[in-house]
Design a protein around this ligand. Structure first.
Ligand code: NAD
Length: 428
């Protein structure tokens, strides 16, 4: 999402303006919702391992908290910008609203490259970030989580710093913690399984039998692997997966007519989701160019790797057999490509509905941490299924009633819910 003149915040605002007009939203609501309610920009001075002090730039943006405390990740990235964090905080508001969880949208970040920081320096940065924002986050205000280049260890350091300053235990202040230290079972599976929960319902709607359904998947990371696992359990067959190959320095697709075998590919995949191509070839996989995943003659496409994958340039190469596209990744389909595919009759389940499993499970983690009582994995995944399924039907029903595509319907529901909360509170 970082081409020369691409500004994600402008895109988020354009999307909002478009739906606000369709909803006939009043001016004060538009003005309030098209920008964040609060922005915190701060310096984090860190004593580096060589004894010198380096000052890092940190952010926390709280887009809207009318439906509940803000929720959203913290990114550590060298190219982080305030505009990117603002856009992401806005999208979090809509994602929590469409999933109907009582949370608002937030996002945070630090401009840094963790590859060039020692563990001690990263710990200092996590603790420094909390010290700057401690007054403005908390169980009832804003609950951060991991995102790009931050993980469970970073969350634990942040939780510890918060608790040290507060002088009390507050595990619900942050999510994405390790299981056993306040984390939730089921979080690892949540996004990929959530993708397939909504896919299952879409197949019911279209009268498709999962056992006779084929799919092609872009990506073989966390989201893709768990989506494939559950799709296989339902009897579906994945014919193609694609991934980035570090060795080849390009994207590749792996094809097996009888269906790829998750259990044989996982041991030859690294932690970044890159499959060892030579070993896959030895296992009988056909190796194709990376973009071939999209041309496969299948019923379902699951883009679960990165943004901007299905565009006007390649949307006409999507096979005629494809009936459903379920967006596991964020922003994999451009709006123009979305229009082209919708006109062809493809049901496209948009990212902020399809991949909401992660934030729903983060909400469950927060609830469990606050109760200090933890559910079994089955309980977590059962509750996740209920939430994803009802969110899917709310969007499907509105898309039929208003004769709009699923993405517009999802936005309409999310924005209406947040605007209603603002009105009920008497803000507008
Ligand atoms: P990941 O890093 O675990 O895996 C990414 C996968 O994409 C890897 O298999 C990588 O090889 C592949 N890939 C990278 N470039 C590619 C290319 N050009 N062509 C084909 N494959 C390529 O990431 P993830 O956690 O699975 O996330 C995937 C997407 O889902 C991202 O857009 C992420 O923002 C989104 N998402 C993830 C979660 C979550 O809980 N993990 C939640 C919501 C949204």
């Amino acid at each position: 999402m970082t081409t020369k003149c691409f500004n994600p915040y402008e895109m988020a605002q354009e999307q909002f303006d478009n739906i606000a007009d369709k909803l006939g939203l009043e001016e004060p609501a538009k003005e309030l919702l098209r920008t964040p309610m609060r922005e915190y920009h701060f310096n984090i001075p860190i004593k580096m391992d060589d004894g010198k002090v380096k000052v890092f730039k940190g952010f926390r943006i709280q887009h809207n908290d009318a439906r509940g405390p803000c929720k959203g990740g913290i990114r550590f990235h060298p190219q982080e910008t305030a505009d990117c964090v603002k856009a992401l905080s806005m999208w979090m508001t809509w994602k929590c609203a469409v999933a109907d969880i009582p949370l608002g949208g937030g996002k945070g970040g630090v401009i840094c490259d963790p590859h060039n920081l020692s563990q001690r320096e990263q710990e200092a940065l996590c603790r420094g970030w909390i010290r700057q924002i401690v007054r403005d986050i908390g169980l009832s205000k804003d609950i951060p989580a991991p995102d790009v280049m931050t993980n469970a260890q970073h969350m634990l350091w942040m939780m510890d710093e918060y608790e040290t300053i507060a002088g009390s235990k507050n595990p619900g202040v942050i999510t994405g913690k390790p299981v056993g230290m306040g984390g939730s079972l089921g979080r690892t599976e949540a996004t990929g399984y959530g993708v397939v929960f909504v896919l299952r319902e879409a197949m019911k709607e279209l009268g498709m039998e999962p056992g006779k359904t084929t799919a092609s998947v872009q990506g073989f990371g966390n989201v893709a692997q768990y989506a494939i696992e559950l799709f296989n359990q339902m009897g579906g067959k994945v014919k193609v997966v694609s991934c980035w190959s570090q060795k080849e320095n390009k994207a590749v697709a792996l094809r097996k007519e009888n269906g790829i075998d998750l259990r044989e590919l996982q041991p030859i995949t690294n932690r970044f989701g890159d499959i060892d191509i030579r070993k896959a070839q030895d296992l009988g996989y056909e190796i194709l160019d990376g973009d071939k995943w999209l041309e496969e003659d299948v019923d379902v496409l699951i883009p679960a790797a990165l943004e901007n994958s299905i565009t006007v340039e390649n949307a006409d190469r999507v096979a005629k057999s494809v009936k459903i596209i379920v967006e596991g990744a964020n922003g994999p389909t451009t709006p123009e490509a979305d229009d082209m595919l919708t006109k062809r009759g493809v049901m496209l389940i948009p990212d902020f509905l399809a991949n909401a499993g992660g934030v729903i499970c983060s909400y469950f983690e927060q609830v469990q941490s606050n109760m200090n009582y933890y559910w079994t994995k089955e309980e977590v995944l059962g509750k996740l299924d209920d939430k994803m399924t009802s969110a899917f039907y709310a969007v499907l029903d509105l898309s039929k009633r208003k004769k709009v595509n699923m993405r517009d319907a999802a936005y309409m529901i999310a924005i209406s819910r947040v605007a209603d909360a603002c009105r009920l509170r008497g803000w507008i």
